[in-house]
Design a protein around this ligand. Sequence first.
Ligand code: OMP
Length: 234
Amino acid sequence: SPEGGSKLQQAFTRFLLESGALRFGDFTLKSGRRSPYFINAGAFNDGQKIALLGEFYAQRILQGMEQGQLPGQVDTVFGPAYKGIPLAVSTSIALSCTHAHPLGYTFDRKEPKDHGDGGSLVGTQLEDGMRVLLVDDVMTAGTAVRECVPKILAAAKVQIVGLVLSVDRMEVANDSGQSAVESVMDEFGFPVLSIANIAQVFAAASTMADAQGKLMMDEELAGRAQAYLDQYGA
Ligand code: OMP
């Protein structure tokens, strides 16, 4: 790829910055790590942004299919509640309506339901033999995905064909020197792809200026990001 990354990575980085999803500051993560940057998928909070986000996921999934990382046929896109729900829905719409790749969407409930259909999953119901593609927002230590996989496998004997993230933060898992993405791949045996990893995001952001001509990621921010990655990077 050229300097600053692929077209998809560059466009996605611009989208992260312009929508305010990528912020620099001082953030405490779920894992307890204190990070100088944070990616907040909650910033994709209107119809245009969530449609565009679904389109980015679709592009990455189609690329994964072309490159043989993902099978060409998938039955449903699964997004873990709550933040995974709009990801699964928007990705399914983009693949089905824009890319002639019809498939379902599925998500879980956080609370058990004891009336109505009684099911704990919403959308396309999982059946034995189905191919399920997971989508999630960001991976840091890999805790979120470890919670959701057993729930899916308890519903039916499905094949989880992969996990697609917005951003892989490229950090170590909690209890090892191994990267979170690699330890999830080893543990569950499916590929983990991201629209962009954090190194690709930073490479692209360092080449981009805002409307006032100010660099989106100047040397001071780059230095703080590097210091964090020296500590927690895989
Ligand atoms: P792990 O479960 O440690 O992999 O952290 C990933 C989750 O943390 C994501 O699903 C988010 O809920 C949250 N998160 C972000 O959304 N953005 C970040 O930049 C970092 C985190 C985080 O807390 O690590």
